[in-house]
Design a protein around this ligand. Structure first.
Ligand SMILES: CC(C)(COP(=O)(O)OP(=O)(O)OC[C@H]1O[C@@H](n2cnc3c(N)ncnc32)[C@H](O)[C@@H]1OP(=O)(O)O)[C@@H](O)C(=O)NCCC(=O)NCCS
Length: 307
């Protein structure tokens, strides 16, 4: 039998196969990532390769706009690897895009050379750490700089802020315009997500932080992404505010672009004294790097969904 690759047309497949696969791979997917992948699918696509009616490969594309798309969630079931099934799935998905598009991905180190052959160039690295929410609350509840800034900065649910202001803030920091507002809107309103915006005295957005419950909350806690802020102290205020309302036994998985933002590195170090790096992703682009503001970038949006 030949592998048949097609765009996924059923939310059940996304839930039963894609989410289940991410979980088995210990990629700690968000509890409602199937809803997010489904929204992604409507914008570009999740492609699944089927052999003997069994799904065995997958790859997801999220097209931010006409000139920029993220590709992620690339996998082949272990027992079928090395038979060109992965590559075939990848090629079908990639062929759905305009060849001139700037395609971006977050690569595990072992896959970098493979993507280099496809024309991707390394940009920067993000490192994963598990931050204890108890430590965040202990460290930051009396942090002098935070207490000082808390008089100038307030945090509010992100869905109560002017949406265009929030969208512009995010786009400015991550260097990419979202053509599809529906996705950002979902990101800040899904029930398993807590999304906060930080506002200054003029009501300008000066930070944005989201945690989302993982599918295995007891084991993996929450994913923190994105965490964007005008300064390290505003990032600390958002972290503290997000952490203080969750169970103290929980943890946040941060994907910190510590290589390009020294202040993100400082935060990770002060909260994680052992500083055990749990993994690394290498951001890669096929065209020029978008103009991100590295000093405001504390945790990437989401590894597998939008970049
Ligand atoms: C990466 C993965 C999807 C590849 O699937 P696969 O079916 O085993 O790969 P294939 O058999 O299609 O590979 C055939 C050839 O194409 C290459 N190839 C595969 N995917 C490719 C891609 N996206 N771009 C360029 N080359 C690719 C392979 O390296 C191999 O080259 P070789 O013959 O010179 O060794 C699979 O190993 C996997 O699921 N890994 C675990 C999940 C993971 O790490 N995903 C990547 C996260 S960034």
């Amino acid at each position: 039998m030949e592998l048949e690759v097609a765009q996924v047309v059923s939310k059940v497949t996304v839930h039963d196969f894609v989410l289940d696969y991410c979980d088995r791979m210990e990629w700690a997917p968000g509890k409602m990532d199937d809803s997010l992948y489904w929204a992604v699918g409507q914008g570009a696509g999740i492609y699944v390769g089927t052999l003997n009616e069994q799904p065995i490969t997958g790859v997801a594309i999220f097209q931010h706009n006409e000139s920029y798309a993220f590709i992620g969630l690339y996998f082949c079931e272990e027992q079928h690897r090395g038979k060109s099934y992965g590559l075939k799935t990848w090629r079908v998905a990639r062929a759905s895009l305009n060849p001139d598009i700037n395609l971006v991905l977050d690569a595990v180190p072992s896959a970098v050379s493979l993507y280099e052959r496809e024309g991707f160039k390394r940009a920067w690295t993000s490192s994963f750490y598990a931050l204890s929410t108890k430590t965040i609350v202990q460290e930051y509840s009396k942090h002098p700089a935070i207490l000082l800034r808390k008089r100038e900065v307030c945090t509010v649910p992100a869905n109560t802020v002017d949406f265009q202001k929030l969208k512009s803030y995010v786009e400015n920091v991550i260097g990419i315009a979202f053509a599809r507002s529906d996705f950002l809107n979902l990101w800040i309103t899904l029930p398993s997500h807590t999304a906060l915006a930080a506002l200054n005295e003029s009501q300008d957005v000066v930070g944005f932080g989201v945690i989302r419950e993982t599918i295995t909350l007891d084991k993996n806690g929450y994913r923190l992404g994105p965490l964007l802020a005008d300064s390290g102290d505003i990032a600390r205020i958002l972290l503290y505010t997000l952490a203080k309302d969750v169970c103290p036994k929980q943890k946040f998985i941060i994907a910190a672009p510590a290589e390009i933002n020294p202040e993100a590195n400082r935060i990770v170090t002060e909260l994680n004294t052992d500083c055990v790096e749990e993994g690394v992703n290498i951001r890669m682009y096929t065209k020029a790097d978008p103009p991100i503001i590295a000093a405001k970038y504390f945790s990437v949006f989401s590894g597998n969904i939008v970049g």
